[in-house]
Design a protein around this ligand. Structure first.
Ligand SMILES: [Zn+2]
Length: 425
């Protein structure tokens, strides 16, 4: 596929018609339209419930030129990320994922006290702490001051900044370049995609390696995971499109792994085009061929998704209507971003789900944005004994089902909403 990269992206965006974040082509095609939704991490305090709440469009578009699936930027990242409620360390399975990753990178790329590992969007240091434990120098870059403070407490040096080309140049000028750049679940959240990728190129040593993890668009579509769409999540990548974007900045994808995280993610490995120490693996060619076979190089494939999402909404509502008609009580488990997309799009409020619980104390006593469902500590489930517990972070359903096995004591059942409603046995 040939691509023409339009250099005048900023000016066309300013003119008001949406253009592709990567190639600048005007965007005409809808991937899915989830209507109006509040920012999914804007939890409300009780005294805010009677105030006006800002809702923004959640209409996802697909570029007919490069097939980047994307959301236009309505809210500046400064508003979204300056105080972030998501602390990575509150999820056990995520921590274990991070520990495994660190061990694997140290072995594969022979990292040691002479190396530097930089993580972009390093959150509370959940990942870099495992390199620090092996005496490998690290640098975290994280725009949210509240989570960065936690990282520093874990001895993870952290710059409280947004990463982009300018910061990369500044670091490189001071002699700071990375042997390993980890950018896990951040690429999707970056409005200035081009500046971010260009920055990674500058920050990378001549024989350094970049690993990027992001939810795999192919899995999102297969699994009807429309709830992973939210305002903070600007881009949705197929392997083909991600490879093309990196390629346009002189970075070669030389390996790829398919992971189960976030409903199905990719971890791609990239290096400078000129670095021949890492040959391109067969897995790269195999996945590219598989995506082509699935139609990811054709616009129709993307445009069929909206109807699938509507079917999913009807099945979730049908389940809840039937449960409530039978006099059953329903509580939620978790207050993740994806839960807020799902609840707002489906119009589920306390009429269907009385409350939800979360392990993150930051969210206790608050209310979900838009739907105003109250959030409590997990003990609330034992106290109120609901008939059904709707697991909102379905990507962690196995871990959560184990934690919640006690609901069987009173005949309660666990329910997963995606890809279709499933009452767990
Ligand atoms: Zn494009």
């Amino acid at each position: 596929m040939q691509l023409t990269v339009n250099q005048s992206i900023a000016s066309s965006a300013a003119a008001g018609s949406p253009t592709c974040r990567f190639c600048g082509c005007p965007l005409h095609h809808t991937f899915t339209d989830l209507g109006m939704s509040p920012l999914c991490e804007n939890f409300l305090a009780a005294e805010e419930l009677a105030s006006m709440e800002a809702f923004y469009p959640l209409r996802v578009l697909v570029c007919e030129q490069c097939y980047l699936v994307q959301l236009q930027e309505f809210v500046s990242p400064e508003n979204i990320f300056s105080e972030y409620a998501y602390f990575s360390s509150y999820s056990d399975s995520w921590l274990s994922h991070a520990r495994t990753y660190a061990g694997k990178m140290i072995d594969r790329f022979h990292l040691g006290p002479h190396s530097l590992v930089v993580e972009l969007a390093s959150n509370d240091g959940y990942l870099l702490q495992y390199f620090v434990a092996q005496s490998i120098p690290v640098l975290g870059i994280e725009p949210a001051a509240n989570v960065a403070k936690e990282a520093v407490r874990k001895d993870v040096p952290t710059l409280v900044k947004f990463f982009g080309l300018e910061l990369a140049r500044e670091l490189a000028r001071k002699g700071t370049q990375a042997d390993l750049i980890a950018a896990n679940n951040v690429l999707a959240h970056v409005p200035d995609l081009r500046g971010f990728v260009a920055g990674m190129k500058v920050l990378l040593k001549a024989q350094g390696v970049i690993t990027l993890e992001f939810p795999h668009l192919m899995r999102l579509m297969e699994g009807s995971q429309f709830d992973t769409i939210y305002h903070e999540h600007f881009s949705y990548f197929s392997f083909l499109t991600a490879t093309r974007i990196l390629g346009s900045f002189g970075l070669t994808v030389f390996d790829v792994e398919e992971l189960s995280t976030h409903g199905g993610s990719l971890r791609i490995y990239a290096r400078h085009d000129a670095d021949d120490t890492h040959p391109v693996s067969a897995r790269v060619r195999e996945l590219a061929a598989r995506e082509e076979a699935a139609g990811f190089h054709r616009l129709e494939t993307y445009c069929s998704f909206d109807e699938q999402v509507k079917r999913c909404k009807r099945s979730i509502l049908a389940f809840l209507i039937e449960a409530k008609a039978a006099g059953k009580s329903v509580a939620g488990y978790g207050a993740p971003g994806k839960g807020n997309t799902l609840l707002n799009y489906c119009g589920i409020r306390t009429d269907f789900v009385e409350y939800t619980v979360d392990r993150n104390p930051y969210k206790h006593g608050k209310f979900l944005p838009g739907t105003h469902i109250p959030v409590f500590a997990p003990d609330k489930i034992r106290e109120t004994r609901p008939d059904y517990v709707l697991i909102l972070p379905w990507n962690l359903k196995d871990e959560i089902a184990k934690q919640l096995s006690f609901v069987r004591e009173w005949g309660g059942k666990l329910v997963v909403p995606i890809p279709e409603v499933e009452v767990l046995p």
